[in-house]
Design a binder for this molecule. Sequence first.
Ligand SMILES: Nc1ncnc2c1ncn2[C@@H]1O[C@H](COP(=O)(O)OP(=O)(O)OP(=O)(O)O)[C@@H](O)[C@H]1O
Ligand SMILES: [Mg+2]
Length: 465
Amino acid sequence: MTATDKITILVFDQEKEFAVEVHQYLQNSGFTSFSTGKLSELRSVLKEKKIDLLILDGSIRGSDAIALLQEVRQNYPDLDVIVTSATFPTEMVIGVMRLGAIDFLRKPYKSADLQVAVERSRKFASRQLKLKLAENRNSLIPKSLAEKIGRPFIGVSQKSQEMLDAAMTAARYPDANVLITGESGTGKENIARIIHYSSQRKDHIFCPVNSSAITDSLLESEFFGHKKGSFTGAIADKTGFFEVCNQGTLYLDEIADMPVNLQAKILRAAEEKLITPVGDTIPVQTDFRIISSTNHDIEKSVEEHRFRLDLLHRLNTFHIHIPPLRERPEDIRPILEYFSDLFSQKMNRPALTIADEVYTVLEGYSFPGNIRELRNMTERAIMLCKNNLLVLDNFPIKSRTHGSSKVHTEITSLKHAEIELIHKVLRHCKYNQKAAAEILGITRDALIRKMKKYNIIIGKSEGDR
Ligand SMILES: Nc1ncnc2c1ncn2[C@@H]1O[C@H](COP(=O)(O)OP(=O)(O)OP(=O)(O)O)[C@@H](O)[C@H]1O
Ligand SMILES: [Mg+2]
C-alpha cells in the first residue's frame, strides 16, 4: 500500500490499546485514520469527517453491535464496514452479513489479515481503479488533454501514433479545415476533439453537429440562424451553428449525408466566413474552423453527384484517415483493458482479470463496429461476469470461438497464398518487377511494398532485371 491509495478509515474499539495499535498500523501503511473507543465520538467523527471505511468492534459494552451497525448503515449507506470480534455467534454473523458488512475479522487478527480486508473494501478497489485509469500508461495524450475531451486516447500501434501526429499537425493550423474519414466507431470524433482542444481555439466552443439528424426543412436555419417571423414557427430570433461557433470549431459529423442544396450554402459560408440568417439582410462575420467526418466513400459520392467536389476541396485541407481496429490489432489489448477498468469502476466492482483466450479471440475478430463495438461488448461482458475473471463466455463472439482460430488460419493461409503467388509470378517474369506487377494487376510500387512487407528478397542479379 502507498500513500496515494488514501482512503479514510475510522477504527472503533473499546479496547483502547488495540484501537491505537490498529490506527497506527493503518497510518504507517499510508491511510488517513482515526480511532475511538467512545460511542458518542464514533457518531460525531462519522458526522464530521468523510470516512470511507469503518472498522467496528462488535463486542460493545452496554450496546448491541447489530443495532449499531444498522444505525451506521442507515445513516451512511456508502460507508464500507468491517466488523471485528473475539467471538462470532451464528446470529451475529447472519446479522452482520445481512446488514452488508464487507468482512469480519476474528480477534486477535494479524496485520496481514487486516490489510487483505481493507484492500477488499469497495472504496479501496475503486480508488485503485481510478488511479489506474487516471494514469493509464497506454494513453497517447497527456492527462490534462484527456480530461478536457473526457477520455484518454488509447493505442500502442504505429497507426495510432500516426493519427495522433496528424491531429497535432492539424491543431497547429487553427484555420485549416480537416476531413476525418474512417469506418463507424473508429474514433473520428475523438480525433476531432483532440484537434480542437490542442489548438488555439481550445478555449472556445467545440460544437458537434450531425446534419443527418436534422430535418431538411430546418437545416438552413440551424446552420445560419433565423429572424423572428421569417417563417411559420420562427417565434424568436435564433443564432445558427456558424455564429455559435465563432472562434471555435464546428464538427460536422456524417458530412456525406448533407443535402446537395445546403452544400452550396455551406461552401460559401466556409469560404467567406460571412453568414446571413434566414429572413435577415445583414450578413454577420464569424470565425470558425470546420472539422468534418464521414464513414462513406466520399469520392464515390462526388462521382455520383451527391457531394460537391468544390466543397470536398474546401473541407479537406487536411485529411486524416482512421484505420479500422482490425488493421491495428495491437491496440485491441490496451483498449480492452482500459474499458474493463472503466466499467468495473462505474459498476463499483474490483479490477478484473482478463483470460488469455479473450485476448487471442478478440485480436483475430474483425470488429465491424470498431472501438465502439469493443466498448459495448466489454461493458456487457462485465455485467455477465460472475467472479473477477473475464472469460470468453462473457463475450458475444463466443460462438465464433472455434471459427476464430479458423479465421486466423484463413488469414495466415491467404497471406501464404499471396507470398507464393508473388514468388511464382516473379519467377515467371524472370524477376522483372514491372512485368510481374502488370500480371498481378497492381502497380510496381504496390508490388515493392508487398515484397517489403513479406520480406521477399530477390538476388541482386535477379533484381537488376
Ligand atoms: N483511441 C481510443 N481510445 C479510447 N477510446 C476510444 C478511442 N477511439 C475511440 N474511442 C471510443 O470509441 C467510441 C467511438 O468513438 P467515436 O464516437 O469518436 O467514433 P466515430 O468514428 O465518430 O463513430 P461514428 O462513425 O459512429 O460517428 C467512443 O466511446 C470513444 O470514446
Ligand atoms: Mg461520430
